[in-house]
Design a protein around this ligand. Structure first.
Ligand SMILES: C[S@@+](CC[C@H](N)C(=O)[O-])C[C@H]1O[C@@H](n2cnc3c(N)ncnc32)[C@H](O)[C@@H]1O
Length: 307
């Protein structure tokens, strides 16, 4: 009955949130619960999650992007639960959350406005300044990061976060040409890889974005802190969009649900405080991918704190 209410609510929303019904079914917020969405974006998942937490629930929402936070605020203002929004990076979740929560949720990465607005520099399909920051109020833009980084650092980032062959050649072109726009970065890749450049573009932009936003470190901080911020019975769900992120989530969750054994007796030393609600990652069905191609690489993993 409650679940139906949440799904009905989402039918009014104008942009599609990834794996929404799966997120609602697994995180299953109850009336009165405290829900924290650390990647609010346009507030799609959050609106649906808190519709289930009525009456009496609380939403704590974070986003590193001020513009998205403003949009989410507009969407959530008519909500019947108490709403608390923070312009913050989820790596700082411990200092933002004042008390434990029943539901903790992260939908990692980029939102549609990031790709749609050429001024943000996320899309190689439009020319614009090479920025690529989620939080434009702090840190270095991608152009500034390139200006202060040596060739080895850039090659390492392209190799680690883009899993690119030819990372060294691309880094060399980048350092020589010092691109300030998305088009100029594309030209560096084309110069280095020739006809193979086009196919590598998405990986190059992904690698630079991960480096500029220090995304892997932020995710590691969230995965380390998140489980301890759950109330008994609390659920923690993460949607990731590439294998590097998913590997971190999978490893962190697996470590939490693994029972410690005494090496001599083989007896359990202590019971695990967490249980996996997703034995395998949940992925979108064909229908969702057809409606929303951005969902195609999504993987959802969820744990529950059992005591
Ligand atoms: C995929 S979108 C979320 C979409 C949202 N679930 C919805 O339904 O509208 C990811 C959001 O996370 C934000 N973000 C990415 N990394 C972040 C971080 N480390 N801390 C806080 N927000 C972050 C981005 O600015 C973006 O708005």
């Amino acid at each position: 009955m409650l679940y139906k209410k949440c799904v009905r609510y989402t039918a009014f929303m104008h942009h599609e949130s990834v794996l929404l019904s799966e997120v609602l079914a697994l995180l299953s917020p109850k009336p009165g619960e405290r829900v924290c969405d650390v990647t609010l974006g346009l507030g799609g998942h959050a609106a649906a999650l808190i519709a289930c937490a009525e009456p009496g629930g609380t939403l704590i929402g974070l986003d590193a992007d001020e513009k998205n936070l403003e949009e989410a605020k507009k969407r959530l203002q008519s909500s019947k639960v108490s709403v608390e929004l923070h312009h913050a990076n989820f790596r700082d979740i411990v200092s933002v959350l004042q008390a434990p929560v029943d539901v903790l949720f992260a939908d990692l990465g980029v939102s549609s406005p990031h790709f749609d607005d050429p001024e943000r520099g996320f899309s190689f399909r439009n020319d614009g300044p090479l920025d690529l920051r989620f939080d434009q109020t702090s840190g270095m833009s991608a152009a500034e990061w390139i200006a202060v980084s040596d060739e080895g650092v850039i090659a390492q980032a392209l190799n680690d976060w883009g899993e690119l062959r030819g990372a060294g050649r691309i880094a060399n072109a980048i350092v020589r040409r010092q691109p300030k726009t998305t088009k100029a970065l594309q030209e560096c890749v084309e110069e280095a890889l020739g006809w193979r450049g086009k196919a590598a573009m998405a990986q190059v932009f992904q690698a630079v974005r991960i480096a500029v936003n220090d995304e892997m470190q932020a995710l590691q901080s969230l995965l380390a802190a998140g489980p301890r911020l759950l109330r008994p019975g609390g659920r923690f769900g993460v949607i990731s969009y590439h294998s590097l992120e998913d590997r971190l989530v999978k490893q962190a969750f697996r470590a939490l649900v693994t029972v410690q054994k005494d090496p001599h007796t083989g007896q359990d030393i202590e019971t695990a405080m967490y249980r996996l609600l997703t034995k395998k990652a949940v992925v979108p069905g064909e229908e969702e991918i057809e409606r929303n191609p951005r969902a195609r690489s999504a993987k959802l993993r969820v744990i529950i704190k059992t005591m």
